[in-house]
Design a protein around this ligand. Structure first.
Ligand code: GLV
Ligand code: MN
Ligand code: MN
Length: 423
């Protein structure tokens, strides 16, 4: 049964993986044309699984499986994201969306009667690469987003407002009004490809996430002085690229000194108006900083920023360090995690616990509901690359484990309502 489900999941992931804004590789930024097609495809799957669906004002596909009975029920949220990094694999995010749909189908096949509604969510902006904010979909459910967020612009100067309209949505949604009432939520479960090598090394198909790392993202602008490549002596230059290069090394050094669990990455570096025969006068680069807890992240951040500033002083360039995004470390809910672990162990598998260094929508949703995550083993620990791969057999096990966990939660007392969930 689980193999069959895994193969179905693989077919769905293949279908989703073909929806790209670039030829020959998978690139599906938030609110782009491929995101629209992916949202419609997912909406169709949710509908076929028995959900009442909509695409919400920030582009999240929402599918609610209502249980028969009373009108207003508490909801268990199941979700992940359908945006991708440039040149992505087919599993990061999408795997959790597909597994959620198949788990709901599986519960229906079993004729399971649940005492709560299940809400499937396919967020459009987990990677946070298009606009200077990340996880807009999940954030809108847990935070009253300021209306000014609609004015943020992408690299091409397109505002969030314009992008929403191009996607086919109203351009001025009441962002602050999308928040869910925590009292309505039982919790949030997210299945995700591990994106690292730990489960594979342990020989485990599935794992339970203990916590999600704290993360911060910055954009750094280095302003020096441009000039002619042939005329200005090295000692008289204020070369923004040479300064930025030294800053990249200073970041590495400061992060290493802050501790072995700190991660610092400069993934983007752009020379403005680059020319082979011109001294770079303006350089922008990104900085992605992560640590297992908020305190260590704060220390690493201070050390890294001091390192950048020291280089700027030494090289007489100006710097602007703009924070773009910050997410606190998140501890997964023990009760929901235990439910996932029991369902994995019920399949005769071990359920190792591991932390997540990658960010997830669960981190954001944790602002409104207890969250738990199930990781699926991936090949060679590769992610954010087209080589990303998870085996259908493992994905099928994740579908059964998720369906079993939802079934088990239905049989447990609901700790937040103070009443038995069964009834
Ligand atoms: C999301 O994939 C992230 O961790 O950056
Ligand atoms: Mn992801
Ligand atoms: Mn990702």
């Amino acid at each position: 049964m689980s193999v069959e489900l895994g193969l179905r999941a693989e077919g769905m992931l293949d279908e989703l993986g073909r929806l790209s804004d670039k030829d020959g590789l998978l690139s599906r930024p938030y609110l782009g044309p491929a995101h629209r097609r992916a949202a419609e495809l997912v909406q169709g799957w949710m509908r076929a699984a028995g959900a009442e669906t909509t695409i919400n004002p920030v582009g999240t596909v929402v599918g609610v499986v209502h249980q028969s009975g009373s009108a207003r029920r508490r909801r268990l949220l199941i979700g992940s994201h359908i945006d991708t990094v440039p040149d992505a694999g087919r599993y990061d995010g999408m795997l959790g969306v597909v597994v959620g749909v198949l788990a709901v189908e599986e519960l229906r096949r079993r004729g399971a009667a649940l005492p709560f509604d299940v809400e499937l969510l396919a967020f459009g902006d987990e990677e946070g690469l298009r606009f200077p904010e990340a996880s807009i979909g999940s954030l809108s459910l847990t935070t009253a987003l300021p209306q000014e967020l609609l004015d943020v612009r992408d690299e091409d100067g397109i505002s969030l407002r314009e992008a929403l309209v191009a996607f086919g949505l109203p351009g001025d949604p009441p962002l602050g009004g999308l928040r869910y009432d925590p009292a309505d939520l039982i919790g949030y479960l997210e299945v995700h490809v591990e994106q690292g090598p730990v489960l594979e090394a342990m020989g485990a198909a599935l794992g339970i996430v203990t916590s999600i790392a704290a993360a911060a993202r910055f954009r750094i602008t280095v302003t020096g002085a441009g000039g002619h490549a042939g005329t200005v002596p090295a000692t008289m230059r204020r070369d923004a690229l040479v300064a930025a290069s030294q800053m990249v090394l200073a970041i590495e050094e400061a992060a290493l000194a802050a501790g072995p669990d700190v991660r610092a990455t400069v993934g983007e570096l752009v020379i403005a108006n680059a020319a082979a025969n011109a001294i770079p006068g303006l350089v922008r680069f990104s900085l992605d900083l992560r640590a297992p807890d908020d305190e260590l992240l704060a220390r690493a951040r201070a050390a890294v920023v001091a390192g950048i500033a020291a280089v700027a002083t030494a090289r007489s360039v100006d710097i602007a360090v703009e924070p773009e995004y910050e997410g606190s470390a998140t501890v997964c809910d023990p009760a929901l995690s235990a439910a996932l672990a029991r369902s994995v162990e019920g399949l005769g598998l071990s359920a190792p616990r591991l932390p997540s260094g990658a960010g997830h929508d669960a981190q954001t949703v944790a602002g409104a509901a207890p969250v738990a995550m199930l990781f699926v083993r991936c090949r060679d620990g590769v992610s954010h690359r087209p080589e990303e791969y998870a085996a259908p057999a493992d994905i099928g096990l994740a579908v059964i484990a998720l369906a079993d966990a939802i079934g088990a939660l239905a049989a447990e007392p609901d700790p937040r309502s103070g009443a038995a969930a069964v009834g």
